[in-house]
Design a protein around this ligand. Structure first.
Ligand code: HEM
Length: 401
């Protein structure tokens, strides 16, 4: 790792060498690796010289406030991963207000809660089918055998494409969630676009009742979507709704495998599951975002200059004791207002798929606990994790009797 020299406006006592893609110890524990950066008496924001140099907010309230500051911080460039933003040009993720609003409104209509409710039986059928294949095996590598497949199948169901497409999108999904370095970002984008192109064209010409049709039927800025905009939006949904769900479902399974008491509580009273889903999502945040400073600002006693990049790790908000009481404890009766934690973001870009993701998590927990007997970590094989903009388990071996 090459370390860039810090610019003159960064005080020396704020400089660290922290690689967000590979923090020390991340393979064993993604959360501990990040929390090592945030000491209770330490600064609220630091500058890392890794990955070209950027700020990282480390205090919970600051992470949240900066995330919601869509005026002084821009989403346009998807900063820390060089070139990614130019290649993807996601809509609405890379748009700033006010342009962002009209596109986001259209996407939000596609995810309206009545549609989420209507999708639930299909999501349940997909989950049941996958679980039925695993239950007799006495164990599985949860990430590859379940977590990485579920959201992919759900996505196909949402956009109403034939299930025969599964293997093709599966290969693409594997590159999205577990890139092996054989594809560049451009190739990945092109593969996604090639896959989506016929469906986008068809839905624009003959709208159906699927997610793409519903969104593309909504005008943007008072006119129909252009083909280029439609591609960028559909790409955003594909890339936004796979590895995030993979990571979240993996963390929920990891927690339950480690906590037989919580498993037992949910089996005994499945009515607890919706609150448990919210609490597990809070306790195990996996998404971090970057922003570009577009207006000089003073934060935590330091100057952030136009052009600086700021990295915002949800983990350091949700696991900050000043933000949540006993944040490391999973308490199913926390009665969270889900919008208070940053697992799904904050401000203008808060996840449009939050309702769908929550439903997927609830259905997963209900179906998994109904069909799989009490399960535990496989003592013979270690859990492995990875860092990055979406942190996740890469290996989660489970056993059951
Ligand atoms: C547990 C699963 C998920 C997590 C943790 C998650 C997390 C997030 C976060 C943190 C953001 C804010 C990004 C930012 O501020 O720059 C976001 C935005 C977004 N998410 Fe999700 N997401 C999940 C599931 C989904 C799903 C299932 C979809 C769609 C199929 C989706 C589509 C999007 C889109 C389109 C945006 C951009 C919204 C905007 O810019 O206005 N996400 N998500």
């Amino acid at each position: 790792m090459l370390f860039a020299e810090a610019p003159a406006h960064v005080p020396a006592d704020r400089i660290v060498d922290f690689d967000i893609f590979n923090p020390p110890g991340v393979e064993q524990d993604y959360f501990a690796a990040w929390e090592a950066l945030a000491t209770p008496d330490g600064p609220g924001i630091v500058w890392t010289r890794a990955n070209g140099g950027h700020w990282i907010a480390t205090r919970g309230a600051l992470v949240r406030d900066l995330w919601a500051d869509n005026r002084r911080l821009s989403s346009e460039v998807l900063a820390v991963t060089p070139g990614l933003g130019d290649v993807m040009r996601f809509i609405p993720l890379q748009q700033d207000p006010p342009e962002h609003q009209s596109y986001r409104n259209a996407v939000m209509k596609g995810f309206a809660s009545r549609h989420i409710v209507a999708m639930e039986p299909k999501v349940r059928a997909v989950a049941r089918e996958l679980i039925a294949g695993l239950a007799p095996r006495g164990g599985c590598e949860f990430m590859a055998d379940f977590a990485e497949i579920l959201p992919l199948h759900i996505f196909l169901t949402l956009i109403d494409v034939p299930l025969e497409d599964r293997p093709r999108l599966r290969a693409l999904g594997a590159q999205l969630t577990r890139p092996d370095g054989t594809m560049t970002v451009e190739q990945l984008r092109d593969a996604a676009d090639d896959y989506l192109a016929p469906y986008i064209a068809q839905r624009m010409a003959h709208p159906g009742d699927d997610l793409f049709s519903r969104i593309l039927a909504e005008p943007v800025a008072g006119r129909p979507w252009t083909l280029d905009e439609a591609r960028r939006m559909c790409r955003n949904l594909l890339f936004g709704g796979l590895d995030t769900v993979v990571a979240a479902v993996g963390m929920a399974a990891l927690h339950l495998a480690r906590h037989a008491d919580d498993q037992a509580a949910l089996r005994a009273d499945p009515a607890l599951i919706p609150d448990a889903a919210d609490e597990l999502m809070r306790r195990y945040p996996t998404v971090s975002v970057s922003r570009n400073v577009v207006e000089d600002m003073a934060v935590d006693g330091v100057a952030l200059k136009r052009g600086d990049i700021v990295y915002l790790p949800g983990i350091l908000h949700n696991l900050d004791a000043a933000s949540f009481d006993a944040p490391h404890e999973v308490r199913f009766d926390r009665r969270l207002n889900a919008a208070r934690h940053t697992t799904m973001g904050a401000g203008a870009h808060r996840c449009v798929g939050a309702g769908l993701a929550r439903m997927e998590m609830i259905v997963f927990l209900e179906e998994w606990l109904a069909d799989i007997p009490p399960f535990r970590l496989d003592a013979a094989a270690p859990v492995r994790m990875k860092g990055g903009n979406v942190g996740a388990c890469t290996h989660l071996p489970l056993r059951w009797d």
